[in-house]
Ligand binder design. Structure first.
Ligand SMILES: NC(=O)c1ccc[n+]([C@@H]2O[C@H](COP(=O)([O-])OP(=O)(O)OC[C@H]3O[C@@H](n4cnc5c(N)ncnc54)[C@H](O)[C@@H]3O)[C@@H](O)[C@H]2O)c1
Length: 466
């Protein structure tokens, strides 16, 4: 069913979702009022189609990085070695993190200007007239405000996941990107992991047949980190878990599957249902800690997000996707990554990754290895070894960063646009609504304004800089 943006928000009651969480972060800017998009026949009319759009080619890519915490601090060593990148400015609320960032760049040609010490120092960075890209690694409630401000100030916006903390922000990102014709890319690094790319190629070459079903997840025990006093600045991640519900982080599992299914590029997410367990871990842990440490008193005696969230999405073309989220249970890390087609099946976790073409069982390891080699994109053949060396989650972070820099320098469309970012993010936001309604079905809006019918699938073919 198609909905106008306004009808959709009214119907789901999600317009203000996440605002409470945002206000918990002292100084987080209030989201701007959402603009009402024009509609035609009940479908949002696009200002301009960003899918397939190529911004004017850049000789050098001048980058400003905001948020030099765990993730932003890890991005600097990658960005500093990618040809064509100039790190011109860095910003963090905490001066010591900026100093740490400078240390990571010491001895290189990158001598960025620094911004720090106040909540909105990032605005000064974004307003500079010598930057092309804002690379945003701040806590979730700042993702959309910084990205929107960056695009309004003429920069391409690259943001850590998720794209937004409520649906209103999702629509604002779409409208700002279309109006300003600035790229918005959510930095979904898992789309660039080695086996995920192999399965994308397998699907695109028809090895798996028609894709019927996919499964993805974020199963990562973060209890120690979320309850650590200094790991996440200002305990932002625990606050998110204490004030929200549903799947907070669907993108890692969903993104690669959505690309394989051509979501927003021939298919699109139609509706979802979500079930969620109770919280058996975070509340008791907060109470236990607060009993001896007053630091945890504000976190005690409250209801936390349920531990296991399971969402099933159906696409307009009739495929299904299961997405899970569990950041509290003592279990090995997994994003599942199962792809099921009419001719075969592939699954990454539990490792080692496997492939099957029938019910007899998984193919022998040697055959799987051969298939992996056969379906490795040229892009990975070219930069895979460097990626593994430079690192970042085993190399996928480097492949992602190298790729978008390369595309901007060639004046080519990006692999992911704003529609992908908000569609994947919205599954989490809408799971909250489904859970609140005894797992009732919830429509996923068409952020593309109907252009999903003609948009081309992601094309990972390597195009060299001329
Ligand atoms: N894609 C991945 O694999 C991956 C992995 C880890 C984290 N992340 C994402 O990266 C983001 C950051 O996570 P993290 O672990 O680095 O958290 P973090 O708390 O270590 O880092 C956030 C940084 O933002 C800074 N900050 C906060 N408010 C600010 C403001 N107003 N202006 C400027 N800086 C501000 C903090 O001081 C901190 O240094 C999150 O969105 C997280 O989900 C993604």
């Amino acid at each position: 069913m198609n909905s106008t943006r306004r009808e959709f928000l009214a119907k789901t009651g999600l317009a203000g979702g996440g605002l409470m969480a945002a206000s918990l972060l002292r100084g987080a800017p209030a989201p701007a009022a959402a603009a009402t998009p024009p509609t035609s026949g009940g479908v949002r009319r696009q200002h301009f189609n960003m899918c397939g759009y190529a911004a004017p080619r850049l000789e050098r890519v001048r980058v400003g990085v905001v948020g030099i915490g765990n993730r932003g601090g890890g991005a600097l060593p990658r960005l500093k070695v990618i040809e064509g990148v100039e790190i011109k400015a860095i910003c963090d609320l905490r001066p010591e993190r900026v100093a740490e960032g400078l240390k990571r760049l010491a001895g290189t040609a990158h001598t960025p200007a620094t911004y720090s010490g106040k909540e909105d120092a990032w605005k000064e960075l974004c307003a500079r007239d010598d930057l092309d890209v804002i690379y945003n690694c701040t806590p979730w409630p700042l993702h959309a405000p910084i990205s929107i401000f960056a695009m309004e100030h003429g920069k391409h916006a690259f943001s850590e996941i998720p794209a937004a903390v409520n649906l209103d922000e999702c629509w604002q990102l779409v409208e700002t990107s279309e109006r300003t014709r600035k790229h918005y890319m959510m930095l979904e690094n898992c789309c660039y992991d080695f086996f995920e790319l192999v399965t994308l190629n397998m699907a695109q070459q028809g090895f798996l047949g028609e894709i019927v079903h996919g499964e993805g997840a974020y199963l990562h025990n973060l209890m120690e980190l979320n309850f650590g006093k200094s790991y996440y600045q200002g305990m932002w991640r625990l606050k998110q878990n204490a004030t929200r519900n549903g799947n907070l982080y669907p993108m890692h599992g969903l993104g690669p599957i959505a690309q394989i299914m051509n979501v927003n590029r021939g298919d699109r997410l139609d509706y979802l249902v979500s079930v969620q367990s109770n919280d058996f871990q975070m509340g008791p842990k907060a109470d236990e800690l607060a009993a001896t440490d007053p630091f945890f008193t504000p976190f005690a005696g409250r209801k936390y997000r349920g531990n296991m969230s399971t969402t099933t999405v159906r696409t307009v073309n009739g495929r299904t996707i299961m997405v899970q989220h569990d950041v509290t249970s003592p279990r090995p890390y997994s994003r599942i990554h199962t792809v099921v087609g009419t001719k075969g099946c592939a699954q990454k976790w539990p490792e080692p990754a496997r492939i099957a073409t029938g019910h007899q069982g998984w193919l022998p390891e040697a055959e799987v290895k051969k298939l992996q080699e056969k379906f490795t994109f040229d892009l990975v053949k070219q930069i895979g070894a460097t990626a593994r060396k430079v690192g970042g989650h085993g190399g996928m972070d480097f492949i992602m960063d190298w790729r978008w820099v390369n595309l901007l320098r060639n004046g080519l469309p990006l692999d992911m646009e704003v529609y992908d970012a908000v569609a994947w993010t919205s599954v989490g936001l809408l799971s909250e609504k489904s859970v609140a309604n005894r797992s009732g079905s919830v429509d996923v809006p068409d952020f593309t304004g109907g252009s999903w019918k003609k948009n081309k699938p992601v094309d990972l073919a390597l195009k060299q800089r001329a």
